[in-house]
Design a protein around this ligand. Structure first.
Ligand code: 2M8
Length: 428
């Protein structure tokens, strides 16, 4: 068997092992329920090998959709596991419009339309589109309506769990969260992953305080000002812009014009473009309760690349001076595995701790897709090659140490396996 076939088989084995029959768990022990964007990544990978199973993944995620359109970040399908903080924290059963199955009350980057596009392109199925496209449109409408940021085109996230949990860009906003109402909590993640590779208890106290505040208003604050945490996250918005385009494409497959989704994409992309910072060669994030837009030294500052936002000149600059810069996110003699999720020039860079520095396969996937889309084919191919070398050497881990390539976090992580299938079988 060739090395290539071996890697494909190993990736398939991880997905099979994590498959509960109803959905694919993000990781075998740390993450035993259905997470939103994890399932979208899984469906993207399955599009390359088993589109029918990919469609099932989408259907089971949509069972968690709320009446107002939100697709939650976790769907707690009944599982015989001990996971904390779990469904009791969220209390979704008491919220108007929540589905029968318990879920969280917040959402995650809306990658689903892009996954459904990949499934349909690989294996067209009109009746599946008729079933899921209106549901996905309802979710996008909800985002543009409920999370609208002053008509700017951007949407806000209301919890770090809606994006890259403990990324340093959220630190200041989290500091302002009041702690009085934190319920007692246990952390099941600690049983499986070293504390040094996970968010701190201090972070968790704030995550739970935000949930407590949001829960009291049924997770639907009357305004963003009322939310304890509100952030114009560029990663989330970039995924939304690309997914709005993909949703418009899906509508055209159904013989409709997809005008609403297409207009959404134009608005988000325009707003992202206006965040360009020429000096930093990156885009500016915004903490809604805390001042002016600014670059944060986290990989989120570069994610508009995925949505095709920078023109050729800006893409070149972003690549040379930020993404591939050895002093910032790119490979360097000390940290040869790209791409770090926090700039090495930042005082916050921590090569082991979750979203504060390690390499993530999904981030590399977003970036190399963006490079390919912008016409930097050689650069995209280099990042693809190095990403595949990393998984071949270290397995399908949740994240990796940028110096040693050492696997960190959950082992046998589904989206790392699924995106490997996509990178090997459908290179951009
Ligand atoms: C991580 O988030 C969960 C909480 O939702 C956790 O830290 O326990 C994040 O990486 C998130 O993006 C991901 O969807 C989830 C499951 O892989 O894990």
């Amino acid at each position: 068997m060739s090395t290539r076939e071996l890697l494909v088989n190993r990736a398939l084995a991880v997905l099979r092992h994590n498959d509960t029959g109803l959905f694919v768990k993000p990781g075998p022990r740390v993450y035993p329920f259905q997470w939103n964007w994890d399932s979208a990544f899984v469906a993207l990978g399955l599009a390359r090998v088993d589109a029918a199973r990919g469609r099932q993944e989408v259907r089971s995620l949509l069972r968690g959709q709320w009446a107002d359109g939100m697709v939650p970040h976790i769907v707690f399908h009944p599982q015989p596991v001990d996971y904390s903080p779990g469904p009791d924290l969220w209390g979704s059963a008491c919220c108007p419009g929540a589905p029968d199955v318990p879920t969280s009350g917040i959402t995650q980057p809306p990658l689903l339309a892009s996954a459904v596009r990949a499934l349909h392109a690989a294996s067209p199925d009109r009746s599946f589109l008729e079933e899921v496209v209106p549901a996905i449109e309802a979710w996008h409408d909800w985002l543009h309506r409920e999370r609208d940021l002053d008509g700017s085109g951007l949407v806000a996230i209301l919890h770090p769990w809606e994006s890259a949990d403990n990324a340093p860009r959220f630190d200041r906003a989290l500091e302002r969260v009041e702690l009085e109402e934190v319920p007692a909590f246990a952390r099941s993640d600690r049983r499986h992953v070293l504390a040094a590779e996970r968010p701190t208890d201090r972070d968790y106290a704030r995550y739970l305080a935000i949930v407590g505040r949001l829960r009291r208003c049924g997770y639907r604050p009357t305004s963003l000002a009322e939310a304890p945490f509100a952030y114009a996250d560029l990663s989330f918005n970039s995924v939304l812009a690309a997914a709005d385009e993909d949703l418009a494409w899906l509508w055209t497959e159904l013989g409709e014009d997809g005008a609403r989704a297409r207009a959404g994409a134009v608005r988000v992309r325009g707003a992202l473009a206006s965040r360009w910072d020429e000096n930093a060669s990156a885009y500016k994030e915004l903490d809604l309760h805390g001042g002016e837009p600014e670059t944060t030294g986290t990989i989120g500052d570069l994610l508009p690349l995925y949505a095709g936002v920078p023109d050729e000149r800006r893409t070149r600059r972003l690549f040379d001076l930020a993404l591939w810069s050895p002093a910032r996110f790119g490979p360097s003699p000390d940290a040869p595995w790209p791409v770090t999720t926090v700039s090495k020039a930042s005082g916050m860079f921590d090569p082991r701790r979750y979203w504060r520095g390690p390499v993530w396969i999904n981030v590399n996937w977003f970036l190399l897709r963006g490079l390919a889309r912008a016409g930097l084919a050689v650069e995209a191919e280099e990042l693809r090659r190095m990403t595949l070398r990393l998984v071949a050497a270290s397995g399908f881990s949740e994240y990796y140490h940028p110096s040693t390539g050492e696997p960190l976090g959950s082992r046998d992580f589904s989206w790392s396996a699924a995106l490997t299938l996509d990178l090997m079988l459908a290179p951009p």
